[in-house]
Design a protein around this ligand. Structure first.
Ligand SMILES: Nc1ncnc2c1ncn2[C@@H]1O[C@H](COP(=O)(O)OP(=O)(O)OP(=O)(O)O)[C@@H](O)[C@H]1O
Ligand SMILES: [Mg+2]
Length: 259
C-alpha cells in the first residue's frame, strides 16, 4: 500500500545568517494527526526551523511542501494556507482584551472589506459578532472564558500563554506550530497544557519545540533532535532518549521523562 504523503515535508533545508550556518540540510516529515516534538540545546536552530516553515526566513537551499504542494509561504498567507503558530514569547497585544487578541487571529476569515466596515453593513456586523462568539468559545474551551474581557497586560503569564494558543487555534489550522508552549508555566499548568494538546490532535497536527523533557517525552508521538543546525536523531521518545548522540548533545543532562 502506498504510504500517505506527509502533511509537511522539510527537504534538505539550509539556512545561513551572514556567515553563520544555522540549519544544515534539515529534512523531516510531519504526518497528519501526529504530535511531533523538536528538541535540542539552545541555539540549535529550532526557532529558525519554525521561521523557515512560516516564511519569515528563506532557505538558501532545500524545499518545503505542505499537503503535497510546494510551500513557499509569505507570513501573511499562513493562516489561509492552514498553518498557525505561537511565538517563543507571547506576541500578544497587551492593551487589547483577551477576546480581541483571539479574534485578531482570524483576520483572514474576516471578509469585511474597508468599505463594508466603514458602512457598518449589517452583514459585516453579523460576521464580526459570529467571530467574537467563536473567539469566546475558543477561550472557554481552553478554560479561560472568564478572562475574555480583561486586558492581556493584567493577566498572569500562564493565562496569557493560553490566550496565545486560542489565537492560533481560532484560524482552525491544519498544522499548529508551538514554540516553547510550556516555558514559564507551573508544573500544574504544564500537566494541563499536555491534556489540552492531546485534545487538539482530533482537529489539528501539532509540531512543537520544547525544552521541558518530561512534557515532550510524555506527549509527542515522535521527536526530531537538532544540534548545531543538524538533525542528529529522530524517532519515538523511547528511542531518542537512549540515543548516544542525543545524550552527548545535552552534555550529560538527563534526557528522560523523569528528569
Ligand atoms: N535573525 C538572525 N540573525 C542572525 N543570527 C540569528 C538570527 N536568528 C537566529 N540566529 C542565530 O541562529 C542560531 C539558532 O537560533 P534559534 O533561535 O533558531 O535557536 P533555538 O534552537 O530556537 O534556541 P533556543 O532554544 O534558545 O530558543 C543561534 O546561534 C542564533 O543566535
Ligand atoms: Mg528558540
Amino acid at each position: 500500500m502506498a504510504q500517505e504523503a506527509p502533511l509537511l515535508r522539510v527537504d534538505e533545508c539550509t539556512v545561513s545568517f551572514g556567515g553563520l550556518r544555522v540549519l544544515r540540510a534539515v529534512s523531516l516529515d510531519v504526518a497528519e494527526g501526529e504530535v511531533l516534538g523538536v528538541i535540542g540545546p539552545n541555539g540549535a536552530g529550532k526557532t529558525t526551523l519554525f521561521n523557515t516553515i512560516c516564511g519569515f526566513v528563506r532557505p538558501d537551499s532545500g524545499a518545503l511542501s505542505f499537503d503535497g504542494r510546494r510551500l513557499d509561504p509569505r507570513p501573511h498567507q499562513l493562516t489561509r494556507l492552514g498553518i498557525a503558530r505561537t511565538l517563543q514569547g507571547l506576541g500578544l497585544f497587551p492593551n487589547l482584551t483577551a477576546l480581541d487578541n483571539v479574534a485578531a487571529g482570524a483576520t483572514h476569515r474576516s471578509r469585511t472589506g474597508p468599505i463594508g466596515a466603514l458602512l457598518a453593513s449589517p452583514w459585516a456586523e453579523r460576521h464580526e459578532l459570529k467571530l467574537r462568539d467563536q473567539a469566546l468559545g475558543m477561550l472557554g474551551s481552553l478554560g479561560i472564558g472568564d478572562v475574555a474581557h480583561r486586558h492581556c497586560a493584567s493577566l498572569p503569564y500562564g493565562v496569557r500563554k493560553r490566550v496565545a494558543l486560542a489565537r492560533a487555534l481560532i484560524s482552525e489550522p491544519r498544522l499548529l506550530l508551538l514554540d516553547e508552549p510550556a516555558a514559564g508555566l507551573s508544573a500544574a499548568e504544564i500537566t494541563e497544557l499536555a491534556d489540552i494538546v492531546r485534545g487538539l490532535r482530533q482537529r489539528t497536527t501539532v509540531m512543537l519545540v520544547e525544552h521541558h523533557m518530561e512534557f515532550v517525552m510524555n506527549l509527542c508521538d515522535r521527536l526530531v533532535v537538532l544540534d548545531f543546525g543538524e538533525v542528529i536523531a529522530a524517532g519515538t521518545p523511547a528511542v531518542v532518549r537512549e540515543d548516544p548522540a542525543v545524550q552527548r548533545a545535552y552534555l550529560g543532562e538527563a534526557v528522560a521523562a523523569d528528569a
